[in-house]
Design a protein around this ligand. Sequence first.
Ligand SMILES: Cc1cc2nc3c(=O)[nH]c(=O)nc-3n(C[C@H](O)[C@H](O)[C@H](O)COP(=O)(O)OP(=O)(O)OC[C@H]3O[C@@H](n4cnc5c(N)ncnc54)[C@H](O)[C@@H]3O)c2cc1C
Length: 522
Amino acid sequence: MAASSSVESVLAQISSNALGSLRRADDLWQRHRTGEIPAAIAVQTSSELLSAIDLDVVICGGTLGILVGCVLVQRGWRVAVLERGQLRGRDQEWNISRSELDVLLDLDLLTVEELEQAIATRFDAARICFEGSSEFWVKDVLNLGVDPVFLLDRLKAKFLQAGGRLLEQTAFEEAIVHPNGVTIQAGETLTARLLIDAMGYFSPIVQQIRQGKKPDSVCLVVGTCAQGFPESQTGDLFATFTPLQNQCQYFWEAFPARDGRTTYLFTYLDAHPDRPSLEDLFADYLRLLPEYQGVAIDQLTFKRALFGLFPGYRSRLRVPWNRILPIGDSSGQQSPLSFGGFGAIMRHLRRLSQGIDEALRVDLLDRSALALLQPYQPNLAVTWLFQRAMSVRMDQRVANDQINALLAAVFQEMSQLGDPVLKPFLQDVVQFSGLSQTMMWTALRHFDRVLPVIPQVGLPMLIDWLRHYANLGIYSGLDAVAGAIVASQNGIAPRLTNSQHQYYVHRWLDAWHYGAGGDYHG
Ligand SMILES: Cc1cc2nc3c(=O)[nH]c(=O)nc-3n(C[C@H](O)[C@H](O)[C@H](O)COP(=O)(O)OP(=O)(O)OC[C@H]3O[C@@H](n4cnc5c(N)ncnc54)[C@H](O)[C@@H]3O)c2cc1C
């Protein structure tokens, strides 16, 4: 079967619009490759004061927005959530680790029973393996599948019950920032003190800020959920079984799902015009899937097609306006390795909701105060080097097995250092001590594999990485000192009488804590 006809025939089995959705995503990817990324005018400013402000917060985009909306409305704020479609979670589970879900209980978003119901799948252990090397196994990492349909349904009900206003089938059109509030056009006109942008990677607000700039890298992902695989209660977190091909290293993931097995193929690349389309990648996925999972395509019953394009920017998103705060995928605050945006919001929900609550209470909604809610995170910034080391430029000559050999060496060292090093890394939390030990042992024991990476990533990237690595060390030190002071004196911030000063102290403490990976608790 020709490559594109295999994609057409599998997607036709799934639904009549699956191919159309893939091709729409491909159009977007094509525009990224050719540099025709739209730069909408979504936000304007006005010096006029608003005479009345109806709401405290309008959240544009409901998928992850409803999480923050729910916390804020429960704290007594007047909140509206705008969703251009119907607010409903996708059918495909979000994979996450159990400890990351505790925040839903702590913030009273779910009861223990509801959380149990939200967890649709669990599996025992997960594998990490690279072509030509041995396997590594971990337990309790990304081994749960949360059902987005159930979760969003519960949150929606709680949001409405607590007095939140939900506007479905209502798309954000534009906003005007006034000195004392924001006007939001979305069919009707809303006024609020703060606009939260939760419209995902392709948010019109973010597109205006990025001004059509090409992303520094893109992660393309394609996959399916299907039935007919050999029975397995284990997953793959990170697997390769092919060398570099077409200047792409293919990575695979597999998870037991409620209605079958989910398998993904993903790759990191730049937005060069000659890069493959999502449809090409889907064809490669179907070609390689039988070898990966040991099953013929015609034995599978496909339930869902899954695909996405995650653009990544090394520079932090700097919002030029007051009263606007991006959260979720639009903020670009998730790991450039996993792009696990649900996991990222779970880790930051406590910090974010406390911070937004405080910003509203002390009325610090200017852009510099809000920027502290999405601070620089050296523990994520260091991972850009790893992402770069797992991708190859179109004009680069790199040995076909180089990426596999490097990854095998790094994971061998991490697994010898044990769970305290391996597990946080796999959950997108890089810590100074674990990173330093891994780098040191990898460099000492596998110098031959590390050396070729230097020309591959380039000196500027390496120097930049050293800066972030040094910052990670500094943040870890500051977090440890601040933590000890707070513990010994029952909190330094409460001693400040000025509540606006307190806001800044809290944000810096959070920035050090999260930026150092101090929020990780197994
Ligand atoms: C194939 C795939 C698998 C994934 N697996 C995982 C996983 O296992 N674990 C994990 O943690 N993450 C996973 N992710 C990532 C995760 O799904 C995202 O990070 C998460 O959905 C981001 O949520 P968001 O609300 O920020 O953005 P989005 O999911 O993009 O949602 C944006 C919301 O805004 C709405 N919207 C957009 N424009 C407007 C507008 N103009 N007006 C009003 N509303 C608007 C949209 O309808 C949507 O509801 C996966 C992603 C993909 C593509």
